[in-house]
Design a protein around this ligand. Sequence first.
Ligand code: F6P
Length: 343
Amino acid sequence: MRIGLLTSGGDCPGLNAVIRSAVLHGVKSFGDEFVGFKAGWRGIIEADYTELTRHDVRGIAREGGTILGTSRTHPYNHPKGGPENIAKQLKRHDVDAVIAIGGEGTLAGAKRLADDGIPVVGVPKTIDNDLKATDYTFGFDTAISIATDAMDRLRTTGESHHRAMVAEVMGRHVGWIALHSGMAAGAHAILIPEQRVDIDQVCEWVEQVHSRGRSPLVVIAEGFIPEGAEEALAGKGQEADGRPRLGGIGEWITAQIEERTGIETRNTTLGHIQRGGNPTGYDRVLATRFGIKALDLVHEGAWGHMAALRGTEIIKVDLAEALDGLKTVPAERYEEAKILFGR
Ligand code: F6P
């Protein structure tokens, strides 16, 4: 078969490991040929692609980012998009099937295309770990490791100055990154989009920790909505796809803490550092297994399905299952973490 690969949406450490394993498995096990579409769906629509040989994927599993580039181009909203045009392009360039590697938006596009007769399978990716139907997505472990390391550093400088430290992490709709990195770093308060918390409560936790001589660490997800507010803080305009550009809640809460408690407080926004650099060993393995499974799904003709992790097994799931809402942090996981807040 001749198979096209694309990476779409925000990038994520591990994308290259998926590309490598799918290509190697296809070449070694089936004698497949591969093309890499550039910058997501745009690459198919505009026939911007490159042949991908074994040689091209050599050694890339350890590299962050994506060798194919990525974009948030929607396969239906592009003026030359839509299933008829995409089918024409695939036929013209002899591509028999597509492996789309991406998050919720990408997989929703893949599902719609599969329903419209395009031979496409998915691979889930997101550092946010918010996709249903898979226990974990690659990129998440790397993000946790980067964020935890940053917080460990914030804690030593915070302790030296007896300041309160705030760390803003990614997490648009869900707080998995904040919860896991915050727990790993021993944060004294963790604020996530799923849980409304009153600013007075945050200040109480901070004061408790400060008054026993420690430097309080507050971890906040970019999508956290304080009690009383309508929506997440997005003072930075909009993304190209119309979504609000988040970020800034860390600065906001830092000012609130300082004003209300009188404790000197500093904010650090980790931003895209969390998504950059080399994937961890865990993410390389997960991504490699996803790539192998996606290739098997192509040979099975399992269009509209994706690879997923369930326990320790890599399984096939219907994209519809993955798109049935976001995987949020359960209330009991938050309550568990909260036992160690403040005091
Ligand atoms: O969806 C993953 C994510 O990392 C979100 O947590 C974050 O809001 C968004 O991507 C940032 O995207 P961009 O790279 O477009 O700034």
